[in-house]
Design a protein around this ligand. Structure first.
Ligand SMILES: Cc1cc2nc3c(=O)[nH]c(=O)nc-3n(C[C@H](O)[C@H](O)[C@H](O)COP(=O)(O)O)c2cc1C
Length: 398
C-alpha cells in the first residue's frame, strides 16, 4: 500500500510539473475528479455565455508596452483594504473544497500564505475558520452569506471575528440559485440524482473515492450546528441559495452588517456603477466586481468590461477588485491597468487544488507569479502603479 501511495505521488508530481497554465491544471483536474464534481467547478449558468465572456473580454484588449525602462527588479505587490499582498491576485472564497481534494481549505490557505497573498474562506467552507485562523498569518477574508436565520448570521460573524479574519465580504449576487444545468445533468443536486453515467464516473475514479472516504467526514464547518445540511454532502448549492438565504436582503441589511462587523468590509458581486456608489455610501471599504464566475446570471456583463466604468465612479473612494475570468498574467495586468487595485479568482486555483492539493495550488500561484513578473518586464514597468490606461487599446468601440 505504501509503495502504491509513493508511486501515486511520484506520478502526480510528474504530471503536475507539466502543468504550465490554468488550462493544463483544468485538464488534470478533469482526469482526477468524478464527473459531477468536476462539472460543479467547471460549469456555470444557462448557456455559459457570461462564463466564456469573462475571459474572452481580456482578449479584446491589447497591451501597448514601453521599452528601455530598466526592469531588472520588479515589485508586484499591492495594498488592498489596508493589507499588503505580495502578488496582485488572491484566492476568492469558494465552497465545498474538501470535495475537490481531501485537504481542502487547508491546502489553499497554506499555499496562499507561502505566496504572500490572501485567501477567502466561504460560508460553505469545509474546514473551520477557527482552524484556518490558527494555521496561517496571511491576510484572510471571510465570505458571508446572509441567511434567514439571524442566529446563524450572528454565529458566522462571531466565528470570523474570533478567528481574527481581516475582511468580511458579503456576497450579493446569489439572491437565488443560478441555473447550473451541468449539475442538473450530472445529478449534483439535492437529493443527489446521480445518473448511471455519474455513478460509473465515481467507480472509475477510485483514488478520489479512497481519499474521500479515508479522511475525516465531510462537513460544512461554519454551518454544521445550525442546519441539518451542515453535515450533508447531498445539499445542492442552488437549493441552499434559494431556501436558506434571505431574499429580502437590502442595502440597510448590508449597512447594519458592516456596522456589526466593524472592520474592513467588502461587497462581492457588484456589477453596476450605481451599486458601486451605494457600496461606498454605506461605508464598504472595497467591492469585488464579479458575476460569480458566470455561475449566476448568464448574459450579464463581464467584470473586465465593467471595470473602467466602476473605477471612474468610485475608485477614489473605495478599493475596486476585479474577480473572475483570470487565466493569464496578462489578464491581471490589463485589469490593473484599467484601474483595479487587485484581482481575484476561483477556478485558477480550484483546478489545481483538485489536481494535486497544496503542491497543485502552489504550482498554480507560481505559474501566475512568473507570468506576471515576466509580463511586467515586457510591459516596461517595475511597479503596479506604473500600469495605466494609456497602455490599453480596445479593438472595438465599447
Ligand atoms: C466551485 C466554485 C464554488 C464557489 N463558491 C463560492 C462561495 O461559496 N461563495 C462565493 O461568494 N463565491 C463562490 N464562488 C465564486 C468565486 O468566489 C469567484 O467569484 C469566481 O470563481 C470567479 O470566477 P473564476 O472562477 O473565473 O475566477 C465559487 C466559484 C466556484 C468555481
Amino acid at each position: 500500500m505504501a509503495e502504491m501511495a509513493k508511486r501515486g505521488i511520484a506520478f502526480m508530481f510528474r504530471r503536475l510539473q507539466s502543468c504550465h497554465n490554468v488550462e493544463d491544471m483544468r485538464l488534470l483536474a478533469k482526469q482526477r475528479l468524478p464527473d459531477p464534481i468536476f462539472h460543479y467547478i467547471d460549469g456555470a449558468a444557462d448557456d455559459e455565455v457570461t462564463y466564456r465572456r469573462n475571459t474572452e473580454a481580456f482578449e479584446e484588449c491589447d497591451l501597448v508596452p514601453n521599452v528601455l525602462a530598466g526592469v531588472d527588479k520588479v515589485d508586484m505587490s499591492v495594498t488592498v483594504m489596508g493589507l499588503k499582498l505580495d502578488m496582485p491576485i488572491f484566492c476568492s472564497p469558494t465552497a465545498l473544497q474538501r470535495l475537490f481534494h481531501h485537504d481542502g481549505e487547508r491546502a489553499v490557505a497554506r499555499a496562499a500564505e507561502k505566496f504572500g497573498t490572501m485567501f477567502g474562506v466561504s460560508s460553505l467552507g469545509t474546514v473551520s475558520v477557527e482552524e484556518i485562523g490558527g494555521m496561517i498569518k496571511a491576510p484572510k477574508m471571510f465570505q458571508f452569506y446572509f441567511h434567514k436565520d439571524r442566529g446563524l448570521n450572528n454565529s458566522l460573524i462571531q466565528q470570523a471575528k474570533a478567528a481574527k479574519f481581516d475582511i468580511l465580504a458579503l456576497t450579493v449576487d446569489t439572491i437565488t440559485g443560478g441555473n447550473r444545468e451541468r449539475d442538473v445533468r450530472t445529478g449534483f443536486t439535492s437529493p443527489p440524482r446521480l445518473t448511471l453515467g455519474s455513478l460509473l464516473s465515481f467507480a472509475l475514479h477510485p483514488r478520489w473515492a479512497f481519499d474521500y472516504f479515508t479522511h475525516e467526514k465531510f462537513e460544512l464547518s461554519q454551518l454544521k450546528d445550525y442546519v441539518k445540511e451542515g453535515s450533508n454532502v447531498a445539499i445542492s448549492v442552488g437549493e441552499y441559495f434559494s431556501t436558506m438565504l434571505d431574499q429580502s436582503m437590502n442595502w440597510k441589511d448590508a449597512e447594519e452588517l458592516r456596522q456589526r462587523w466593524g472592520g474592513q468590509f467588502c461587497l462581492k458581486g457588484v456589477m453596476s456603477a450605481a451599486d458601486a456608489r451605494r457600496a461606498a455610501d454605506i461605508g464598504a471599504t472595497a467591492i469585488m466586481v464579479s458575476n460569480h464566475g458566470g455561475r449566476q446570471l448568464d448574459g450579464s456583463r463581464s467584470p473586465f468590461d465593467q471595470i473602467s466604468e466602476i473605477v471612474d465612479a468610485v475608485g477614489d473612494r473605495i478599493d475596486v477588485i476585479l474577480d473572475g475570468g483570470i487565466r493569464r498574467g496578462t489578464h491581471v495586468l490589463k485589469a490593473l491597468a484599467a484601474g483595479a487595485k487587485a484581482c481575484s479568482g476561483g477556478r485558477m486555483y480550484l483546478y489545481a487544488l483538485a489536481a494535486a492539493g497544496q503542491p497543485g495550488v502552489e504550482k498554480a500561484l507560481s505559474n501566475l507569479r512568473t507570468e506576471i513578473e515576466r509580463d511586467m518586464k515586457l510591459m516596461g514597468v517595475t511597479k503596479v502603479s506604473q500600469l495605466s490606461r494609456d497602455m490599453l487599446r480596445f479593438r472595438s468601440i465599447r
